[in-house]
Design a protein around this ligand. Structure first.
Ligand code: NAP
Length: 283
C-alpha cells in the first residue's frame, strides 16, 4: 500500500491554516517565516519558492532574502543577526546547501535557538535525543514519524534499518525511532553486509541519494519502506528505492514524488507555528 504523503500533508496544512487564522483573530499577530537563499541553485530555488507560496496559502507572513552567490559569510551572518532581532520573524530557514566559501556550521550556530525551525542546531538535536517536548525536530524525519503514525504503523519493538547518517535525515531519524521504542541500525557507505541487515528489517528508511538503490531482493516480505531520496536523472525524478520492484513485496511504501517530500514542507510550517507559540508563550 502506498503511504500518501501528499494527502496527509494537505490535511496537516489545512489544520495549521485554521490555527493561524484563529491566532490572528485572538492575538492580532501573524506567525512569520524568514527564508534565506544564497546563490542560484535551481533545485533550491524551487524549494524556496514553494515554501514562500505555502506561507501565503497558510496565512503566514514570509520574509524572503535572495542573496547573490558571492555573498560573504560575514554578510550572511549579519542578515541572520537582523532576523534574530526582528520580532515579526518567528522562524529562520537558511536553504542548504550554501556556496562552498560559507561555513554551514557557523551559519546554523548564528540562528537563535527559538527560531531554528529546521531543528539543525546542536541544542535542538540534543533535546531530540533526550525526547524533550521542547525540541524542534528536523522536518524530514519528523514528517516520516507523522506519516507512519497516521497509518497506525507500530514502531515499538520493530527492527528499523536506516540507510544514511546525515545530520539532517539519518541521525535525527535514528533518535526519533529510538524514542518510539524501535531497535535501530544506522548504515553508511562503509557498512559491511548491508543486505543481511536490510533483509531483517521491519522498517527501512533510505536516505542516501542514489536512484533506485534499494531493490526487492534486499528486503523481506511485508517490509515498510520509506524513501527519502530525491534524484533528478536524465530519465526523470527517482527516489532511493526501486519503487516498482520493492512495492511488490512491501506492506507499505512511500512514492517519490508524493511521499516524504510534501511531509517535509508541512512539518516546516508546523515547526514555524510551534516556534511562534513558544516565543509568545501560547500553548
Ligand atoms: P547526504 O548528506 O547526501 O549523505 C548520504 C548518506 O548516505 C551518507 O551518510 C552516506 O554514507 C550514505 N550512503 C551513501 N551510499 C550508501 C550506501 N551504498 N549504503 C549505505 N549508506 C550509504 O544525505 P541527505 O542529505 O540525508 O540526503 C539523502 C537523500 O535524501 C538525497 O537524495 C536528498 O536529496 C534527499 N533528501 C530528501 C528530503 C525530502 O524532503 N524528501 C530531505 C532531505 C534530503 P557516508 O556517511 O559513509 O558517506
Amino acid at each position: 500500500m502506498e503511504l500518501d504523503g501528499k494527502k496527509l500533508s494537505k490535511e496537516i496544512k489545512e489544520k495549521i491554516k485554521v490555527e493561524v487564522s484563529s491566532i490572528k483573530e485572538k492575538y492580532g499577530k501573524t506567525p512569520g517565516l524568514a527564508i534565506v537563499l544564497v546563490g542560484e541553485n535551481p533545485a533550491s530555488k524551487i524549494y524556496v519558492n514553494s515554501k514562500i507560496k505555502g506561507c501565503s496559502e497558510l496565512g503566514f507572513e514570509s520574509f524572503a532574502h535572495f542573496l547573490p552567490e558571492d555573498t560573504k559569510e560575514e554578510e550572511l551572518l549579519n542578515v541572520i543577526e537582523e532576523l534574530n532581532k526582528d520580532e515579526n520573524v518567528n522562524g529562520i530557514l537558511v536553504q542548504l546547501p550554501l556556496p562552498k566559501h560559507i561555513d554551514e556550521k557557523k551559519v546554523i550556530d548564528k540562528i537563535s535557538l527559538e527560531k531554528d525551525v529546521d531543528g539543525f542546531k546542536p541544542e535542538n538535536f540534543g533535546l531530540l535525543m533526550l525526547n524533550d517536548k521542547k525540541s524542534i525536530k528536523p522536518c524530514t524525519p519528523a514528517g516520516i514519524i507523522e506519516i507512519l503514525k497516521s497509518y497506525s504503523i507500530e514502531l515499538e519493538g520493530k527492527d528499523v534499518v536506516i540507510l544514511g547518517r546525515s545530520n539532517i535525515v539519518g541521525k535525527p531519524m535514528a533518535g526519533l525511532m529510538i524514542n518510539e521504542g524501535a531497535t535501530v541500525t544506522i548504515c553508511n557507505s562503509k557498512t559491511k553486509n548491508l543486505v543481511e541487515k536490510t533483509k531483517k528489517a521491519d522498517i527501512i528508511v533510505v536516505a542516501i541519494g542514489k536512484a533506485k538503490f534499494l531493490t526487492a531482493d534486499m528486503v523481506k516480505d511485508d517490509v515498510v519502506v520509506i524513501d527519502v531520496g530525491i534524484n533528478r536523472t536524465e530519465n526523470g525524478l527517482f527516489g532511493d528505492v526501486d519503487f516498482e520492484d520493492v512495492s511488490k513485496k512491501a506492506s507499505y511504501i512511500t512514492p517519490v514524488p508524493g511521499g516524504v517530500g510534501p511531509m517535509t514542507v508541512a512539518m516546516l510550517f508546523h515547526n514555524t507555528l510551534r516556534a511562534f507559540k513558544n516565543i509568545n508563550n501560547i500553548d
